[in-house]
Design a protein around this ligand. Structure first.
Ligand SMILES: Nc1ncnc2c1ncn2[C@@H]1O[C@H](COP(=O)(O)OP(=O)(O)OP(=O)(O)O)[C@@H](O)[C@H]1O
Ligand SMILES: [Mg+2]
Length: 268
């Protein structure tokens, strides 16, 4: 059955009750829908068309890798989905909420509660301990201090850092810092973890551990993971891969369609 409501985000006529239910069920499975997203940056007189009309839907609970060469628009799309930047055209729905319709407060709420962010450079607060870094999003969300502390300890244990709660970022390895960032991303029980090149600053073995940690969180907690990456190791755990080239999603591939080997992949 082909049902298209995405471009309008309007419910179909009430007299087709069966279809309405089918549409609700369909759209409810999409935790992210980006429709016709365009982003152009102006650099003086020059225009850079970073996204040229991207349609991107992510199923709830999916682990999806966004692959593409440098400059193809992965981080730009990541920023649109994460509500960190706004498209020039097109719409982005997070859990069926059109993020363009949100005011500043609502957008901040959505970013704080629905999405956890993981970045290539970890982006931890250098003077704060692992515990304080993980507590911070909870304090922004008005979680009481004691509760935030208990949960931060629990999350740090979950990512294998139960012995490092009072360490500051400079006292930890890159892999450990990224684990803190993953724990911080989970602080407010997000529906989505957005990871932009999470293994980009890590060696191969440590990178694999982070990829597997994200997969474990995806499978045990049902958190949707969307990761922009160059790392072919990511493909072996992804449910689906979106290939982005020059601001356009060229194709999607499911894991079954790929013959994945460490370090390389060939579409069948
Ligand atoms: N703030 C900005 N101002 C101007 N141009 C930008 C800006 N951000 C991105 N671009 C341009 O948009 C295009 C897409 O950039 P983007 O960072 O999304 O690529 P990417 O796929 O994430 O690359 P990488 O793999 O190197 O991280 C590039 O041509 C880039 O130069
Ligand atoms: Mg990037």
């Amino acid at each position: 059955m082909q049902v298209e409501t995405d471009s309008k985000n309007t419910a179909p006529a009430a007299d087709v009750k069966g279809s309405t239910q089918a549409v609700s069920a369909l759209t409810a499975t999409h935790i992210v829908r980006a429709i016709g997203v365009r982003k152009t940056f102006r650099m003086g007189d020059e225009e850079v068309h970073a996204l040229k009309g991207v349609d991107f839907k992510v199923n709830r609970g999916e682990y999806i890798a966004l692959m593409g060469p440098s400059g193809s628009g992965k981080s730009t799309l990541f920023n649109m989905i994460g509500g960190l930047d706004k498209p020039n055209a097109g719409r982005v729905f997070i859990d069926e909420v059109d993020i363009a319709a949100l005011n500043t407060f609502e957008l901040a709420w959505l970013r704080c509660h629905k999405i956890g962010y993981v970045f290539q450079t970890f982006n931890l607060i250098p003077v704060a301990t692992a515990l304080d870094n993980v507590m911070l999003p909870m304090l922004f969300a008005d979680v009481p201090q004691a509760e935030a502390q208990d949960k931060a300890v629990e999350l740090l244990k979950k990512v294998g850092l139960g012995e490092r709660v009072f360490h500051k970022p400079v006292q930890m390895s890159g892999g450990q810092q990224q684990r803190v960032a993953v724990a911080r991303a989970l602080a407010n029980d997000p529906a989505i973890v957005l990871a932009d090149e999470p293994t980009g600053n890590l060696d191969s073995v440590t990178g694999r551990q982070i990829i597997e940690l994200l997969r474990e969180i995806n499978q045990t907690d049902g958190v949707t993971v969307i990761s922009a990456t160059h790392d072919y190791k990511m493909l072996s755990v992804s449910d689906r891969i979106a290939w982005l080239t020059d601001g356009v999603i060229e194709r999607f591939a499911s894991r079954d369609e790929l013959d994945i080997k460490e370090g390389r992949t060939d579409a069948k």
